[in-house]
Design a protein. Sequence first.
Length: 179
Amino acid sequence: MAHQTHYEVHVKQNGRWEIHGRHTQAEKEQAIEEAKSLDGQKHIQAVKVIQEIYDPEDGSSKEYNVYAPGQKKYQPPRKKTKKDIEKEEAEEETKTVAKRLKKPVKGRSLVSILMSIALISGFSTIVGALFTWFTGMFLADTGVSGNAQTNILFIVFLSVFVIAAIPMAIVFLGKGDDD
């Protein structure tokens, strides 16, 4: 099977390389012209055109630098030297040591969480009891039977308790890392 070739126009903006455009194998000159036109713009730090050759049989691809300002010939990507590899390994080792030395992020203690739950439950119980008492006073004047009255009062208490507890739980238990 034939190799698949295409050209990518890369631009460097804010210190990052991004693909600006893709062109087919037949559009090589258009890709280079596009790169030349982008090279003069203020917000673009650098431009290059990369030829990518993909081999579908073994799944590998090769990239060649076709155009960069001041360069006219193909340049294969630079191979990493032992010095570069050693430098990268040293940087990774430094990062892992720094992670180990970093203080662990403390969350909220179990006592603090349980205390918040107790306070939220207590306050919600008081609010639910007050609403249930007012509803009981109102139902006493109506002709509702005792069993139905008990069921209504239970539903009122449960509803008010949940309606009061959920927003408080979200506020007070939502994020444990607020110090």
